[in-house]
Design a protein around this ligand. Sequence first.
Ligand SMILES: Nc1ncnc2c1ncn2[C@@H]1O[C@H](COP(=O)(O)OP(=O)(O)OP(=O)(O)O)[C@@H](O)[C@H]1O
Ligand SMILES: [Mg+2]
Length: 370
Amino acid sequence: MGVQTAPVHRRGFISLRGVTKSYKTGAGEVAVLKGVDLDFERGEFVAIIGKSGSGKSTLINMLTGIDRPTAGEVWVGDTPVHTLSEGQMAVWRGRNLGIVFQFFQLLPMLSLVENVMLPMDFCNMYSTRQRRERAMRLLELVDMSEHAHKLPSALSGGQQQRVAIARALANDPPVIVADEPTGNLDSKTAEAVFALFQQLTAQGKTLIMVTHDSSLAQRAGRTVLIADGEIVNEYVARALPTLTHQQMLHATRRLKPMHFPAGATILQEDTHGDHFFIVTGGTANVFLRRPGASDVMVASYGPGQYFGEIEALRGGKWRATIRAAPDTPVDVVALDRETFVQLLAESDATRQIIEQVVQSRLAENVASRL
Ligand SMILES: Nc1ncnc2c1ncn2[C@@H]1O[C@H](COP(=O)(O)OP(=O)(O)OP(=O)(O)O)[C@@H](O)[C@H]1O
Ligand SMILES: [Mg+2]
């Protein structure tokens, strides 16, 4: 297989760079993915969420090579998936990816053990004898070995999905990709599938799962939210969860990333301020000046927490000094005041929450300066 040198801008184990997917329709060209940049690390358990039609399956299909980007790059490990021919793709996919679908897609005329052996047959990965033994072990792993010789039609949906997961593991791929794997299962069975995925990530597999189930998504290691074919900044989604996906996306487009070395001053009390900040890495410490005494540290904010909301909402100079913790650099994303105020005007729920935070932080500050 033609292995190319990795470009320097690559980051994660799995990496999408500027991935665009458009379809020609009667009404003209429709962009379904709009320049997606995304990285996944080895061993990550990622849930991909978003409204129906937002582009989740399209995104997943870029990773599996089931579909190809109109522009941009998709790397899985050292493989430039976007450049593979159909033949290369099939071989690469068979060895490197386990794919789990919403509707299981077991072959109806093959027994369960034969279904699990199929990817091994296709990729010629193990000897014929090893294939059967391995398939039986995988069926044991998903608690289905007693049914090994039955046909899929004899099983419930949950049982079929467990077999589909065993099949996905057939060639011991480093990456498992699942599009709504629990979408057709009751909540108890969905829970069992989720637990199986957790177990696989604990063993070092990288798991990427599209789901509509927000409670399951929250329990994955990381959630990626997609809206209208674009990735919402995860810290915006965490800090301002009551915004609509559209509003989160609007904020995402306006963000300015900023980096501060350990101990650096991020903003200085009594100077003019007009941004709202969300911490994306490290720890930001909040200090208040006290008349005739040394500054007092009143709070610490980590990733997903924010500051600057008082000034962004009410205007005026910074009411505190914020510094990067002495031992860690801090990364933030900054949102201009105009955008912030506009979002709060559009989202009552968010404005109420922020107002409450402002009230309690101001009260704390008054108490701390005494
Ligand atoms: N082959 C195609 N031709 C034209 N448009 C398409 C094609 N495939 C997908 N789309 C459009 O792309 C958009 C995203 O579809 P996609 O299936 O990725 O959404 P999704 O987030 O997976 O939705 P769902 O939650 O309903 O599964 C939709 O508007 C869909 O109509
Ligand atoms: Mg879909």
